[in-house]
Design a protein. Sequence first.
Length: 312
Amino acid sequence: MQCVSSFQPLAYWPVRFASFYMAASITFDSDIHGDLNSMSLLEGNRLRKQNAKLHANIDCLTNTGGTCVVQNCLEWRGPTNCSWGGCYCQPGHCAGSDGKCYSKTYGTLLDRFRIRNVRWPDMYLYVSWFWFWNKLYVSSDGATSAGEFNLKELPDGDFILLSSLYPDYMIKTDYFKSCTGNQDKTTHCTESYMPMCSGISSFVSPSVPAAALRFTTAPDGSSVMISSNDYPSNYWYIPHFSWTLNTHYMDPGTGGYWVFDPPLPKTTRLESYRGRRCAYDCGGTLPRETVNFLVGPLLMLVLAERHLKCCT
């Protein structure tokens, strides 16, 4: 019943399958958005406590993102240990998005909040209840537990976003590159940046600089754009005719503007947007159901026209 990262150590899988089996026996009667009843939440909490040794401390992650395969950890990172080729903060210190170690744990800015889209005001972010789907989606059902998140503030001012329902899973932007060969022996490659779920455990400690998020004040002045520390110009947005969250380079328009419910504290550090403004399909505010109502007949007309051309 969880979204997982692309890799988990073998010792971690038995606990995950046990959690999935116990939750599945209770929650398959819930709706497709994964709104778990109180009984399943209690069971999930019991399993998390039972296997606490496998879970990392989400208030203090230690992976700085640095490596020490051919040299020692750099001094500017602060007090670190070299472990399996990676630089980790020493006990009592937590990694920031800048790769440094701080003698300060992460603070909780918001707990069990929702993230609503501006262009599609009835659409909320949510984490899929299928454990093998580790992407992020949107749904018009804003009352599900799968659409609630927790927000941690790092010592250097950036953020980590966690699922409230699955608190040992964070949301971050991952980079993908796919290449295909053509008949003329040339290679065509495409790159993408996708918001994904990533597991956190004592065995798998994701790089904090790679997991950290940035919040930028949207050009409308009242909402927020979300990007990552590694890819700050690729903002989360909802593409047309899709329920899967994606990213857009530079200003995505209102499809990439978000409202936090409840709102972010006024003291939250927000970046100022200085890039190019959206110039095409920037949107306004329109219920998703209205778009579906208009697009459906249009698609039918296009298909009918193609059919006539094909058969006449």
